[in-house]
Design a protein around this ligand. Sequence first.
Ligand code: GLN
Length: 460
Amino acid sequence: YLSRLRLTEPQLNSFIHVSDSVLKSAQEIDDKIAKGGGEALGPLAGVMVGVKDNICTADMPSTGGSRILENYRPPFDATAVKRLKEKGGIVVGKTNLDEFGMGSTTEGSGFQVTANPWDLGRVPGGSSGGSASAVSARQCVVSLGSDTGGSVRQPASFCGVVGLKPTYGRVSRFGLMAYASSLDVIGCLGTSVADVGIFLNAISGHDKFDATSSKQINFQEVPDFESLFTSINLLESKPLSGLKVGLIRETLDDGVDSGVKSAINAAVLHMQELGCIVNEVSLPSFSLGLPAYYILASSESSSNLSRYDGVRYGKQTVSDELNALYANSRASGFGPEVKMRILMGTYALSAGYYDAYYKRAQQVRTLIRESFKTALETNDILISPAAPSVAYKMKLKSFFMSLGFFASLVQVNVNLAGLPALVVPCGFVEGGSSGLPVGLQMIGAAFHEVLHSNISSQFC
Ligand code: GLN
């Protein structure tokens, strides 16, 4: 992995920082094995992990993709990082992202632009673009991302890898730089569902440092993926017989590329061959999710990002007067997208506008949550495209604002409802040198990352 990283990183720029102690950590594991003595190795022993740079690591810089945190080194590891290290994982470096997770291309990083391994002229998606590109190019085995409104799933789709947004509360947010706290989750990317499952299991669970982390324990056991896959004859035995799948009608409307629609239709046929019962479902409030998301995410971010004042963290622009110190540090430290979100959020929360924007958005959120709940009473999972298109060409920023905002619709509703969603590659459309990947999104009921029903033993 390290030699692939060295070979491909000059073209990809997936990492903001690469650790200089990877070989040493790997050697320590080798030594343990050589010494014998029966000491148990963790489930991630020797596994190279990329960590999104808005997740704190004590021994490496953690910038959130922002110049305001350039050279910032947190004094602690995020709980997810601590857990993956305890299980033997080796953090290979910190991956690039749109500044503080705000964006969908990773071009919004304050440091560098990451390329999509399938076509170097295209973006890897975002905001966890570095994490997706790194896994896709096999620079590491798995990676951590964060998903506030699609930032694990859309880059997974654009880079042709598996991406999981867990249920809100499944993984501790302690040490994740807050963007919108009621929507943020840490998620996993990998090249197979099995890898992502094992990885999720390693980092999940309650944490006393995050009061919103759940005490639910139904994801304690990792299914035995290997024997599961080898014991099922996928085509003959209809292993998914009876699984009820709802295809969300509103996600296949006009704005979706025809190539994406064909890939999704082919995936539906394949699922039917495997025994699934696929029906269209309608979620009438679906389109309202987009404005509600941007009001809520901007509002929460305007509050969360007020901590970057030039005093407590990172960059400081020296000034004689305190207000000028705050203003100048922020003016030079934050990029344009972040400034816009803070302005939008501050406006939406201001006296006189609260009821019109924030309160209404919260009401819409309740409607969306209810409509998912109803749909998941009659369906085991819901499916949709992971994104309405394949990866965009770079430097489309001028029209990206409208395009990017619209394109998040299929993802943001899942965050508003706090549900788990898995993206798997399901086909290609023409483009690049060998096609551009399309992702299928599967949404489950809360805490049903693994289905626990009568078909669950055969389905994961
Ligand atoms: N496009 C979304 C946004 O900019 C992605 C956010 C995320 O999941 N971090 O808000």
